[in-house]
Design a protein around this ligand. Structure first.
Ligand SMILES: [Zn+2]
Length: 335
């Protein structure tokens, strides 16, 4: 994507220009497909002709990022726009996250966005689709990123929470506003059954998750009930900011992120490798499930992942090395 490469990509299909997520310099985009509600993917949601899942729409509204209406695409229901057919399938990353399949002139391209190929307590594994081209995220695209089994990480978190409480400390998690916070809350609800207190921003997002059928139990710190629970000290606190712990109790802070595999989070009392992304093996297995003729990798370890895919017999290259547009129909014509 060269200099115009941002958090997204552009695909030209005959008379339709498709921009994914926050791809820039595309005033003539016929369509802007938003994969999910995380901030780095949602920088241009207030531009014209956006398309997103209903869940993403509600999440973006709840966090105050989306100020206008948007086109809503139901999962697995194809939409025809001029010469292009667009279908959304589950990406398994957060509520409403989708991968987009673009079909044009008999070729199909899948844009993965952020993807997770395993079930979690709050999301179902990403679906796969047989396509010709694939644009795949590479956040953890280095072979060194192999996450422990999710149940193992869940049990380590539960153990740590129990130890904190036994030592008279309140276990607190700094977690991403959308996705990780809800997974931690669900984990405590399911495995421990002790109360969870959250900050206001996390509560707003939880309301959207509940609206779409996820049963979450928590108290908001700004309510009288939330304050009462915090005073007892027998609870777990979840917030997207570390700085806002509401009372003067002794607290232990943890962070849950895939980067805990590689980096020491010295300012935290604990760090758990719990990620909403696929690890290296998951990314490879996703490509194997989709069997594309060519893969373009983006974000993070895009070069390394492309190399590893080539070693496994796939044609692959980092997206940033191919110019402004994802070669799709045009490439086939040139060939
Ligand atoms: Zn994301």
């Amino acid at each position: 994507m060269g200099a115009s490469y941002e958090s997204g990509a552009l695909v030209a299909c005959k008379n339709v220009m498709v921009a994914f997520d926050a791809a820039g310099e595309c005033l003539d985009a016929t369509l802007r497909c938003i994969t999910h509600a995380h901030v780095d993917h949602a920088a241009r949601v207030n531009e014209p002709n956006t398309l997103m899942s209903l869940e993403t729409y509600e999440l973006l509204r709840a966090v105050g990022r989306l100020k206008q209406n948007a086109g809503i695409l139901e999962f697995k229901k194809a939409m025809n726009i001029k010469s292009v057919r667009v279908t959304a399938i589950n990406a398994g990353h957060i509520l409403g996250s989708c991968q987009y399949a673009i079909e044009c002139d008999g070729s199909a391209l899948l844009f993965s966005g952020d993807v997770n190929v395993q079930d979690t307590l709050v999301t179902k594994a990403a679906e796969s689709m047989n396509v010709d081209f694939m644009v795949l995220e590479a956040t953890y695209g280095d072979p060194s990123f192999v996450f422990p089994d999710r149940e193992t990480t869940y049990s380590k978190i539960v153990k740590w929470i129990c130890e904190c409480l036994k030592n008279g400390r309140i276990p607190a998690f700094k977690a991403y506003l959308i996705g990780k916070s809800q997974e931690i809350i669900k984990l405590v609800n399911e495995y421990l059954g002790i109360p969870v207190v959250v900050n206001d921003a996390v509560a707003k997002v939880c309301e959207v998750y509940k609206k779409f059928g996820l049963d979450l139990s928590y108290f908001c710190k700004s309510t009288a009930a939330g304050k009462e629970v915090l005073k007892t000290g027998e609870c777990v606190y979840v917030s997207n900011h570390r700085a806002d712990f509401p009372i003067g109790k002794r607290v232990m802070w943890a962070i849950a992120t895939g980067w805990a595999l590689r980096y020491r989070f010295g300012f935290y009392d604990a760090a758990f490798p719990l990620s909403s992304h696929a690890d290296f093996r998951g990314l490879i297995s996703h490509v194997e499930a989709c069997m594309p003729r060519k893969v373009y990798t983006m974000h993070g370890y895009s070069k390394r992942l492309a190399k590893e895919l080539e070693r496994r017999g796939f044609l692959a290259m980092p997206l940033e090395s191919v110019g402004r547009f994802v070669p799709f129909i045009y490439e086939e014509k040139r060939a």
